[in-house]
Design a protein around this ligand. Structure first.
Ligand code: BGC
Length: 801
């Protein structure tokens, strides 16, 4: 076996990690984590060779650093410093401002130098020039009384300078190893620049494609989201937080932000405690377990209480249940926004409510700077509560080694950027992120002998910079140029056809004429980067501007068309799925997206990505997610493509004008080869709830083994993401029609078969019951091993008392 040493290492790490988990404070969320760890191990052990090695690094989560373990020496340094601090200096540590490109409404301050010298600022962000970072740091370390260094932060979301695919694309790889390696590169580049804190990962569950920030997360599933969340934290924080190339992670936005009503950013959320615990909290808990140094409190109100003033989530769940020792920072001005939310009518009340709820640091609102002193002197906030918050900030600063190495080496900062290995990793990540949605008659891959390819559409050059990349964006290669490199320049013609939002009749006509001269058209349509992410909610999810018109005009030429969709979310383009033979979701693929796409289209790479969000047919279906409850009137076998014709087909949970099902389900993605799945088999058909509940105390202990034969039935080698789902019926709370509980990627030669095996721990079968307790209950268990969330043969078992 090629990777024998790795295998051994995985076993050792797994044993170590189970040991560590056993010793650590037990938490109700460990079920998700333990299942992830277990599947990771199973992936490594059972289907090697050929398993892509995402598994073993998942094991490292619990052996990595972070703030989970108490370091007595560090605690002593914190206490020694704390004793010397005045109240004003303490409050200063709880204050953060943006000193660069704003990422929200302005902070209203600019006298940072003066404030730093007085010890009134603990952290600055959005400063990216290492000289400026050093200049501020010199003031903090040399001019302030106690020489406490500033912690510099930034939204390093999918790479610092080497741009990786957006997180939604990274998650579509279903490969935590790729995510961890990409975050490692991001950390190395950012740290060399002097940025030691990233506001990432965004681990919000996103069920509504209207919400633009779906682009920034790992989609709709808590199990996959937890695996990705931990991978980001490991990647950013590395083996030791105080290594020069480590940065502190910040899991955001705590919590429920992704459930914004109507998909409109910053909007209200209503999430029951049950749903919160079952779906929204697990990825945050995974980040905490992986040792994240910080968490960000969200903008949204949650069940009437703004998340940045919510003691239930910030104190009860985060501190008491999970034992989180890191720092909580507010989101941008989210303390100030307690006033428009309507739970405070003045700044002092806003500051008090946020602080009391457990927000340690105030991002930009100035509320803590302006009011904490007075709140302490009036006795509304205790000195010991202030000390506790300051400890959390200092702990992170000491853990990062900022007191010992406060400055960045300005000369060597650029040397960390754009390493060839980083660019190569960005290409691999992009290649693995593409999801092949449709490939009628095997149109793809295209032949490298194709004489005339027309690349048409506004995104055919660089989808991140449709109007041209600035020099600091690094060595990028456009999609059209990458195709030309493969086929020869003379075989490729480029037509814009239309802009993303604008366009003229003449341009469309020129593109149609170009298509007519070609053998094949590659259409590059979708959204600009500004159309997803923060403050980019959309009420319409079709192709923007005149792109639909262009698409129809090109298809009308009768030429074979391959459509590449660039977007930060799924787009509702049913016409395209009906009329275009091949469609690929490319998301926003980053710095190496051009070559990655060219290689994929022309068969140097076989796509393997799968959807991490349900792809809607129509906006009216949103929010749309696979792990939904059945309702009391599921439509069953009724044909939902026809309007209801009788009582049976009408009075069910349905639309009268659209099927309930998505265009493509969660977990779906095609390959240039094909895979068949044999029946799911399980090791036992009768389990005891009592034993499962005692098994909860033995994390990682297998209670049931599920297996299926997977065969590569096509003519090419390929990677297949194999998914395991369960359903529980007869429980005290209604459970989703399916829940992901395992996944592994296997590589298979043409014609090869593999028996894929998953070992389920007790945690995987435990649910949040009608008392909001995590427990296994007597119920009917169904297990599927399948290529997506709708297929697979079920295996049935019973959980008795
Ligand atoms: C966003 C956060 C981000 C912060 C700092 C806010 O508007 O919601 O995700 O980290 O700005 O840029």
């Amino acid at each position: 076996m090629e990777n024998h040493p790795e295998l051994l290492r995985a076993i050792v790490l797994c044993l170590l990690s189970s040991f560590c988990i056993g010793k650590r404070r037990r938490s109700p969320y460990r079920h998700c984590l333990n299942a992830i760890r277990l599947f990771a191990l199973v992936g490594t052990l059972l289907v090697l060779p050929g398993t892509i090695s995402s598994a073993q690094s998942t094991q490292e989560s619990t052996t990595r650093s972070g703030l989970n373990a108490v370091d007595p020496q560090l605690e002593r340094r914190v206490e020694t410093l704390l004793e010397k601090m005045t109240l004003e200096e303490k409050i200063g540590q709880l204050v953060q401002y943006s000193a660069g490109q704003p990422t929200g409404p302005g902070t209203g301050r600019s006298n940072y130098e003066d404030m730093i010298a007085r010890g009134q600022i603990g952290s600055l962000f959005n400063v990216v020039d290492p000289r400026q970072i050093n200049a501020y740091q010199h003031i903090a370390v040399e001019k302030s009384r106690l020489h406490i260094p500033i912690l510099f932060g930034l939204d390093v979301i999918h790479g610092f300078r080497t741009e990786f695919p957006i997180p939604l694309g990274l998650a579509s790889t279903w490969d935590p190893t790729i995510v961890e390696r990409a975050s490692r590169v991001a950390a190395t580049e950012a740290a060399a620049d002097g940025i030691r804190w990233t506001f990432s990962p965004m681990v919000d569950i996103a069920r509504d494609a209207r919400w633009g920030r779906m682009a920034e997360g790992a989609g709709e599933d808590p199990f996959l989201g937890s695996a990705m969340s931990a991978a980001y934290v490991r990647g950013y924080q590395g083996a030791h937080l105080d290594a020069a190339d480590s940065i502190a992670a910040c899991a955001k936005h705590f919590v429920g932000y992704g459930a914004a009503e109507g998909g409109r950013d910053y909007n209200t959320t209503e999430i029951s405690e049950h749903t919160l615990r079952e779906f929204y909290l697990p990825p945050f808990h995974a980040a905490v377990e992986a040792g994240t140094a910080s968490l960000m409190s969200a903008f949204n109100s949650l069940n009437g209480i703004p998340s940045s003033a919510n003691p239930f989530t910030l104190k009860q769940v985060l501190r008491r249940e999970w034992g989180f020792k890191g720092l909580v920072v507010s989101d941008w001005n989210s303390i100030g926004e307690l006033i428009p939310h309507g739970i405070a009518t003045d700044g002092a009340t806003a500051a008090r409510k946020a602080f009391d709820a457990g927000v340690d640091m105030d991002m930009v609102s100035s509320s803590y700077h302006d009011h904490l002193q007075q709140l302490v002197s009036s006795g509304q906030i205790t000195r010991s509560a202030i000390d506790e918050a300051v400890r959390r900030v200092l702990r992170v600063k000491f853990a990062l080694g900022l007191f010992d190495h406060s400055f960045v080496d300005e000369a060597s900062a650029p040397k960390a950027l754009f390493h060839p290995e980083s660019i190569a990793l960005a290409r691999t990540a992009a290649e693995r992120s593409f999801v092949l949605l449709k490939n009628a008659n095997g149109l793809l891959p295209l032949s490298k002998g194709t004489e005339n390819v027309a690349v048409i559409g506004p995104l055919g050059d660089d989808s991140s910079y449709p109007n041209g990349a600035p020099p600091e964006a690094g060595p990028r290669s456009s999609f059209t140029a990458a195709i030309a490199e493969l086929l020869g320049q003379e075989h490729v013609a480029r037509y814009r056809g239309t802009g993303i939002l604008d366009g003229t009749d003449e341009e469309i006509a020129a593109a149609v004429a170009g298509a007519q001269k070609s053998d094949i058209v590659v259409l590059t349509l979708g959204e600009s980067p500004e159309m997803s992410g923060e403050a980019a909610s959309r009420a319409h999810l079709g192709l923007p501007g005149r792109q639909q018109e262009l698409l129809e005009a090109i298809v009308k030429t009768g030429k074979p068309v391959v459509l590449i969709l660039f977007s930060g979310r799924p787009l509702t383009v049913p016409w395209a799925f009906d009329h275009v033979p091949a469609v690929m979701a490319a998301w926003l693929p980053g710095i190496s997206g051009g070559p990655a796409l060219a290689r994929t289209l022309f068969g140097e790479v076989n796509p393997s990505g799968k959807l991490v969000v349900s792809w809607p047919r129509a906006v009216g279906q949103e929010p749309l997610y696979y792990n939904a409850l059945a309702t009391g009137r599921p439509p069953g076998e009724i044909d939902l493509t026809r309007p209801p014709a009788d009582v049976e087909s009408r009075y069910v949970s349905r639309y009268i004008d659209e099927p309930n099902s998505p265009q493509f389900p969660f977990g779906y993605g095609q390959s240039y080869t094909s895979f068949s799945y044999g029946p799911t088999t399980i090791s036992n058909t009768r389990l005891s709830a009592a034993e499962l509940n005692s098994g909860l105390k033995r994390p990682g202990h297998t209670v049931i083994v599920a297996e299926a034969e997977v065969r590569n039935t096509g003519a090419r080698p390929g990677d297949e993401i194999v998914e395991l789902y369960i359903r529980l019926r007869g429980t005290s709370t209604a459970q989703p029609i399916r829940m992901l509980k395992g996944f592994q990627t296997i590589s298979m030669a043409a014609g090869e078969s593999k028996r894929v095996k998953f070992e389920l721990p007790a945690d995987a079968l435990a649910i949040w019951n009608d008392h909001n307790q995590l427990a296994a209950e007597p119920s009917q268990l169904t297990v599927w091993i399948s290529p997506d969330s709708t297929r697979g043969t079920p295996a049935e078992a019973e959980i008795v008392k």
